[in-house]
Design a protein. Sequence first.
Length: 80
Amino acid sequence: MKQENRALSFEQALEELEKIVEELETGEVGLEDSLKLYEKGIGLYRLCMKRLEDLQGKIEVLVKELDGSFTKKDFLSDED
């Protein structure tokens, strides 16, 4: 991931990725430029996925147990 991408917030990276997709979908970009945009888009996609994975690890929920106590669990935990 390029250093310039690391400074972007999730929202900024996603917005830039959407612009790249729109530009590629026009079909008006030459082959060389399309390849450069594609590579940049892959970097932005990876940045967004990394940020989402990092946030996913931080999300916890409180689960009320049968005895009335509360337990913290991971949001996407497979445990019942």
